[in-house]
Design a protein around this ligand. Structure first.
Ligand SMILES: C[S@@+](CC[C@H](N)C(=O)[O-])C[C@H]1O[C@@H](n2cnc3c(N)ncnc32)[C@H](O)[C@@H]1O
Length: 408
């Protein structure tokens, strides 16, 4: 079949698609945020936006339901639908999906979890969105995906076959020669319904500057789960075309609609040259980023500091209290002179207006007093044990002497 990309209201465009012809519908409609979503293009020359303001939640539900009705019609009996939403209206949408697809065809509520750093508002930090997964029938296509075992899993036990004893309790199966019998075909842990996938960072290569653009990795995982090569994937609210790009990369056919002509132009361009950002965090695992030297890490722990990874000039940040801005710490390495360590700290801090910085000397005696109030705002610590015991007072006293800086 030919791939289709079309501008217009998906309610109308969906009517042009034959019944029972699509393997997967993924939809990421407006979330009922009651505002216009907008974002500057990558080169700052323009702006993409779409309206997400409604008269009432009832109006919103009618709008979603009318389009879901068409989505169901175009799905094959073996097909599945994934609806992406967030906490704003997920409870209403789940009821709509139950009504249309039947509660029996509800498969999963996928939680897309990501990390965010913000302490701007009162309440818990939002760090997930929801994707409802319904099948059209019990005969839906499903490809198993396996995750790695967690580092704490006892792999040797996982690989041992189990049997039930006469009391119904499970025990390890023992072969005739007395050894435990091993399993074959254990491929990892079946994919769960909580997916940790980083949010696209502002500098990600695949970011095109479209508001609410989703990461390709997320769409690739959904597509792999319920389709095979050559199958048809449809996204009625395709925005920047993430679903279509993922489908193309994976050798699936694609159909995409969006009400915005600008979005459709962007999709066409994106499909000509698909760009995908590798997530190093996902590829290498979090442990790979913990590269602190053990001794340095120990000092940071004793200081109750937050460690910083992959930074030559700053090893961590000291926690003073909520009102004092973060204080960077550098711990002198065995092969570093105090001057070199101090310069590295200076350079790493140059773009930030830190109230003070701390350099912990670990070797090379110098004629510097215990907490040297040097010309710049670096406190040089000679006796780390003393400093650990009095760090709050030392920093507060230092900041207090620099009037105007305290709590600045
Ligand atoms: C949340 S965004 C989709 C973002 C997309 N998943 C991505 O990764 O770029 C929702 C999109 O729905 C589009 N839209 C809103 N109403 C529509 C309608 N009735 N028919 C088709 N598209 C619509 C908006 O223009 C917007 O691009």
């Amino acid at each position: 079949m030919n791939n289709i990309i079309k501008a217009g209201d998906c309610k109308e465009s969906l009517r042009e698609i034959s019944s029972s012809s699509v393997d997967l519908v993924y939809l990421d409609p407006p979330f009922f945020t009651q505002r216009t979503q907008s974002l500057k293009t990558r080169d700052n020359s323009g702006e993409y936006s779409f309206c997400d303001s409604w008269d009432s939640i009832q109006d919103y539900c009618i709008y979603i339901k009318e389009r879901l009705f068409e989505c169901k019609r175009v799905l094959k009996e073996t097909g599945s639908i994934f609806l992406h939403c967030d906490k704003t209206a997920s409870h209403y949408i789940r009821v709509l999906l139950d009504e249309l697809f039947g509660m029996d065809n509800f498969q999963s509520e996928i939680i897309w979890h990501y990390r965010r750093w913000s302490n701007a508002k009162k309440g818990l930090l939002n760090s997930h969105q929801t994707i409802f997964f319904y099948s059209k029938s019990k005969e839906f296509k499903f490809n198993h995906i396996f995750d790695d075992y967690s580092p704490t899993t006892n792999i040797d036990q996982i690989f041992q076959k189990r049997v039930r004893d006469t009391h119904g309790k499970t025990t390890y199966k023992v072969a005739e020669n007395g050894d435990y019998e091993l399993m074959t075909g254990k491929r990892g842990v079946p994919l769960s319904d909580v997916w940790y996938i980083p949010y696209l960072n502002p500098k990600a290569r695949e970011r095109v500057g479209y508001p609410t653009q989703k990461p390709l990795i997320l769409l690739e995982q959904l597509i792999k789960l319920v389709t095979d090569e050559g199958d048809v994937v449809l996204d009625p609210f395709c925005g920047s075309g993430t679903t279509l790009v993922a489908a193309k990369i994976l050798g699936r056919n694609y159909i995409g609609f969006d009400i915005s002509e600008d979005a459709i132009q962007l999709v066409k361009k994106r499909l000509e040259n698909p760009v995908r950002t590798e997530s190093n965090l996902l590829k290498n695992g979090e442990q790979a980023y913990i590269n602190q030297d053990v001794d340095i890490f120990r000092i940071l722990c004793e200081l109750d500091a937050v460690p910083v990874q992959r930074n030559k000039g700053i090893d961590g940040f000291l926690k003073i209290d909520d009102e004092v801005k973060p204080v960077p710490i550098k711990i002198q390495r065995k092969d570093e002179s105090v001057e070199v360590a101090k310069n590295l700290l200076e350079r790493a801090s140059s773009k930030n207006k830190f109230l003070c910085k701390i350099l912990i000397k670990t070797n090379e005696n110098h004629d510097i007093s215990l907490f040297d109030l040097s010309e710049d705002n670096t406190i040089i610590v000679e006796q780390v044990e003393d400093f650990i015991a009095h760090k709050q007072d030392v920093v507060r006293e230092y900041l207090g002497e620099r009037e105007g800086y305290l709590y600045g």
